[in-house]
Write a protein that binds this ligand. Sequence first.
Ligand SMILES: NC(=O)c1ccc[n+]([C@@H]2O[C@H](COP(=O)([O-])OP(=O)(O)OC[C@H]3O[C@@H](n4cnc5c(N)ncnc54)[C@H](O)[C@@H]3O)[C@@H](O)[C@H]2O)c1
Length: 364
Amino acid sequence: MQTLKVGIIGTGDIAPAYLRGCAPFREVAIVACADILADKARAFAASWGIEALTVDGLLARPDIAIVINATVPAAHAAVSAQILAAGKHAYSEKPLAQNRAEARPLLQAAAAAGLRLGCAPDAFLGGGNQTARQALDAGRIGEPVAATAFLMSRGPESWHPNPDIFYQRGGGPLLDMGPYFLTSLVHLLGPVARVSAAARRSFPQRIAGSAAHRGRAIAVEVNTHVAGTLEFVGGAIATLITSFDVWGHHLPALELHGSAGSLALEKPNMFTGAARLLPAGASEWQALPFSHSIEMGRGAGVAEMALALQRGRPQRASGELAFHVLDVMQALEESAAAGRHIAVESRVERPQPLPAGLAAGALE
Ligand SMILES: NC(=O)c1ccc[n+]([C@@H]2O[C@H](COP(=O)([O-])OP(=O)(O)OC[C@H]3O[C@@H](n4cnc5c(N)ncnc54)[C@H](O)[C@@H]3O)[C@@H](O)[C@H]2O)c1
């Protein structure tokens, strides 16, 4: 198996997580970066010992096979399209694009060129999500009937160095955090058939808190509280709330309820969150021992894509999975606006579980 060279476009807040997260995997090596702000790319390159290039320069490099798109959500579709047009495999940060219309051409371009299109989040490859998947597939909660997923906070503007993106088109709690919870739900329960939702934009402006922007008002262009119901093709019904309007709460992150028990996932958006099981009739939840490594971080999906590419099989954090999640999110927004159920047209297979018992840094 070859180590594929990787470039990263967008050297902002999340970029270091890719350098750290890809490092344990021999499938990939990040060798270069680029940013629309050349100075930022140079400083990043210097701190990680990689090469700084222009976006065009990076895309012209014949030795780079995969390019990670870690730009802002509004630029995802255009940058991924550029990556694919340059003949490189693309791996995008979430969401895949701002909407279906932007995302569809990416899937088509990748398929036409025989290139891979992958997308974050990849936390479903982590120990918590995989342990929950194993328990579910082993029938430990029986037939799933319901799920709940709650991601509620007062928003990231208090700390994020570039807080505007969370309140512009392509942002908001649903498009920003929804991909984690929805990807975990689809990984566990399969595709969604139909949704309904209510949404609101509670505050017309938000006040930034990070050093460079402290006190500055941010205009809000997106819904900041979205409460939805998802009906899965398999029959389970999930309640999902994503919010940047909530000071505090006591609701669990993600739970599945089945005919023979309940399963809770502490942090579906992390690689490390533990899974717990309550068998039917029991009064105490039991912590499930991790069936999979938690020594993994953001970027595992890139390494897994590189491996899948060389093995000639589908990758797990795929463009198709991300498109379905985007389709569900757009349908939720459409439902809230129209005041009726919206059918979700796309379908996707559950990604294959990772084999249990892999050593840290191993994917097969
Ligand atoms: N920050 C986090 O905690 C976090 C966590 C998970 C995922 N993400 C995702 O990662 C992505 C980036 O978020 P971030 O927090 O790093 O944002 P950021 O604003 O800190 O960084 C984005 C970088 O992309 C660059 N950029 C923007 N448009 C570009 C273009 N067209 N070409 C080249 N470079 C361009 C910007 O100059 C900036 O350096 C988003 O999709 C976000 O949802 C962020």
